[in-house]
Design a protein around this ligand. Structure first.
Ligand code: ASP
Ligand code: MG
Length: 419
């Protein structure tokens, strides 16, 4: 069995869903489990719905819900022209009725729990539509409910998979020789409350399912030819990487390359399942293959930019050394406020930490840090990372702004710039 994953951008409209069908029809002999994200920007729209619901703004909630319904019905209408009696329309109606009933009651539980309860509808809607459409054009498949298959803990919005339960459910349900369509991103806890695995988590779902099914391979279908050596919207002359290792993929994701969700690789690596990233516009092209120990090919410098960075500087007031106990305390605070340190640099009496600009968490963290240190902060910075650098790669990046801080190791160069 193979696992294919299609993201929100690939099912954002009628031609998108039709293209998914033509990609699948390219592999008529294969048993494929198709993982699908919410359509287009649906997850963002549902996040806004959660916000207005929790604010108690009924009018705004109604408007947002109506917009979402029209968006999905329009796509279904385009795919099932003149067939309003088709069951897919009942399925869509039913999901919206469920959503309405959640919104008409008082929110139950924490923000995160309510979030998962509502946001999970994006994937339910998209898979209902995609599965029905594929069946209607003769690509027979069964719709599966990830809330029954993927069991997680109750860490809503970033739920962790219960591997034993999930393995049992998936292997009991999924049969060889069949094709399936299933939601990415969502699961449920022991009480069957919906949970989500973290934004952009559908890649991870594909990898979890591939792991438990011992799939032959996972293919993530994208609107780019594969993994490039930089985001073409940010860097010039980017090129396709034909093959990279799992480790390289994890490193690139860690530094901020947004091609693959960072959690995706680990389960695949454990079972040695190849991951391919391919373009849905060119299903025959090989794209990028990610496997164990594969040398980077072609061997190019890889570029990553993180925008909206802040550099927090800490200095001891009495010129005491910032020792390990200080550092432990500082990192604990970063962790507590959910801020990841993207780069750090230390001298005897001062330390610098580069973090994402977080309008809520950062000011609170600064307040805490001020109790023990002199704190400085510079905003509106960019952090560039170059893997496998050479002189010309460094010159290229350094020319993009004024250097604030840099760091270099055997294969990775990082620089904080004011652009
Ligand atoms: N729909 C979810 C999101 O937009 C999951 C995904 O797309 O992978 O974050
Ligand atoms: Mg998405």
């Amino acid at each position: 069995m193979k696992v294919f994953k299609f993201g929100g951008a690939s099912v954002k409209d009628v031609p998108g869903v039709q293209r998914v069908a033509s990609v699948l029809n390219h592999f008529p002999e294969e048993n494929i489990l198709v993982v699908v994200s919410a359509m287009g920007k649906t997850t963002n729209a549902l996040e806004e719905l959660v916000a207005s619901f929790l604010k108690g703004d009924e009018l705004a909630s109604k408007e947002k819900l109506a917009k979402l319904k029209t968006f999905h019905l329009d796509i279904a209408d385009g795919l099932f022209e003149g067939q309003r009696e088709h069951k897919v329309f009942q399925d869509i109606e039913q999901l919206f009725t469920q959503l309405e009933s959640i919104l008409s009651a008082s929110p139950v539980g924490s923000f995160n729990r309510v979030y998962d309860q509502i946001v999970s509808f994006g994937e339910l809607l998209s898979t209902k539509i995609v599965s029905a459409y594929l069946n209607s054009i003769g690509y027979e498949n069964r719709w599966l409910d990830s809330r029954r298959l993927i069991r997680t803990d109750q860490n809503y919005r970033a739920a962790r998979v219960d591997w034993n339960f999930t393995r049992r459910m998936v292997t009991e349900t999924v049969q060889e020789g069949m094709r399936y369509v299933v939601q990415g991103f969502i699961g449920s806890d022991d009480d069957l409350n919906p949970t989500t695995l973290g934004r952009e988590g559908s890649d991870y779902t594909a990898s979890v399912l591939a792991y438990v099914l011992q799939a032959e391979e996972v293919v993530i279908w994208k609107d780019v030819p594969g993994v490039l050596n930089g985001d073409p919207k940010v860097f010039e002359d980017t090129k396709l990487l034909n093959q990279i290792s799992y480790r390289e993929a994890i490193e690139l994701a860690y530094y901020g390359a947004s091609v693959i969700h960072p959690k995706t690789i680990q389960p695949l690596q454990e079972r040695n399942i190849p991951l391919r990233v391919k373009s849905f516009e060119a299903p025959d092209a090989t794209g990028t293959t990610i496997t164990e120990g594969a040398p980077l090919e072609p061997h190019l410098s890889c570029f990553i930019r993180k925008e909206k960075q802040q550099l927090i500087g800490l200095a001891t007031r009495d010129l005491a050394f910032i020792a390990e106990d200080h550092q432990a305390k500082i990192y604990k605070l970063f962790h507590q406020f959910g801020l990841r340190v993207n780069l750090s640099q230390h001298s005897a009496t001062s330390s610098y930490f580069c973090v994402n600009d977080d309008p809520i968490a950062t000011p609170q963290l600064i307040e805490q840090l001020k109790q023990s240190f002199d704190v400085s902060m510079v905003s509106e910075l960019s952090l560039y990372t170059v893997r496998h650098y050479n002189d010309s790669a460094l010159a290229y990046i350094q020319s993009r702004g004024r250097k604030i801080l840099e760091q270099i190791s055997a294969d990775t160069y990082q620089i904080v710039l004011r652009e």
